[in-house]
Design a protein around this ligand. Structure first.
Ligand code: SF4
Ligand code: ZN
Ligand code: ZN
Length: 321
């Protein structure tokens, strides 16, 4: 039996970069300490701040909410959860159930925003009608609704569940495409822009995907294990993750050191060429006269729905509070 380096109980995990073996209790503390250090190191929260947590039903955001809920008491910040029901048949229902089970067990308020109620269609239909890849449409919808809800809630920041492996994959993809302006947006923290966009934080910036799965299992965090049916079979991001898994195996800690160095150099990357402006329809952030969400809904329904959707969200929030 391999023993925990801290207490001698049976170990369930080997952390190669920390040269240690840990039992469930000490592994849980290790991850919570790691997230707390990131919150402090990257100045993600302060005492009294109000944070929205975007939760999908998957393991990453579920673990993030679980850890933040524990840390919020000690660090003195407030949480509210937001879930976007994407209307993906046979999948979104399970996500809503997992999210509500978690938030009610933690005693955290959760706002469920249903895409079909707002636009009349789910992500699959929007992708089919516009002939765009589902994940690209899904990205536009999620970014828009999470930002719109966060603005109405008046939160200081919205927490996203991207883990260390996701951020490595996204930044390497951006580098390979020489889309360097996107890289700073993938750092541990982005600032709010007036009434246009709420700042984003990534509390799991330094937590590996494998660690998140183990944390979820040993702490019995409810999450949906199925893959989204619209997820592509192959993608550049998956390939990059595979390469880094191999690299990490032969050079333990290389992923962490890349992410820490990246965070220090983000200001050296080029700034967006197009100035930030507000959408002429809904007033939220856009690089063009109409934002992506207003253009998407106009193509599908014949009307740009951003303004109407924002009004509907306001009444949803009034009913929640
Ligand atoms: Fe959305 Fe794609 Fe994720 Fe499915 S796999 S939830 S379509 S981003
Ligand atoms: Zn132990
Ligand atoms: Zn708009």
């Amino acid at each position: 039996m391999v023993k925990c380096k801290l207490c001698g109980e049976r170990a369930v995990v080997k952390i190669r970069y920390a040269k240690t073996y840990l039992c469930p209790k000490h592994f849980t503390e290790f991850i919570e300490r790691k997230v707390k250090k990131s919150l402090i190191r990257y100045r993600m929260v302060s005492r009294g701040s109000k944070m929205a947590v975007a939760i999908s039903g998957g393991k990453d955001s579920a673990v993030m909410l679980h850890v933040l809920s524990k840390l919020s008491k000690d660090m003195g910040f407030n949480l509210i959860a937001i879930h976007i029901d994407l209307g993906i048949e046979g999948y979104s229902e399970k996500c809503v159930d997992a999210v509500l089970s978690l938030t009610s067990s933690l005693g955290i308020k959760c706002l469920v925003v249903r895409l079909k109620d707002l636009v009349g269609r789910g992500v699959g239909d929007l992708a089919r009608i516009t002939k765009r890849p589902p994940c690209s449409v899904c990205g536009i919808v999620k970014r828009y609704l999470i930002n719109a809800v966060s603005i109405e809630l008046g939160v200081d920041a919205v927490a996203l569940g991207h883990n260390a492996d996701d951020i490595i994959a996204y930044t390497f993809k951006s580098f390979m495409l020489q889309d360097l302006e996107s890289i700073p947006k993938l750092g541990p923290k982005t600032e709010s822009i007036d009434d246009l966009a709420v700042g984003r934080i990534r509390p799991l910036y330094e937590v590996y995907e494998r660690e998140i799965l183990i944390y979820a299992l040993v702490n019995k965090v409810p999450f949906v294990q199925d893959r989204c049916p619209l997820m592509p079979r192959k993608s550049l991001e998956f390939k990059i993750k595979d390469v880094f898994t191999d690299l990490e195996y032969s050079m333990p800690g290389i992923k962490l050191s890349y992410l820490k160095n990246l965070a220090k150099r983000l200001s050296d990357y080029p700034k967006p060429g197009t100035p930030v402006r507000s959408c002429g329809v809904c007033g939220l952030i856009s690089s063009e006269p109409k934002c992506g969400f207003c253009k998407l809904t106009e193509r599908v329904t014949g009307r740009a729905l951003g303004k109407e959707v924002r009004d509907r969200l306001k009444s949803l929030i009034i009913n929640l509070v």
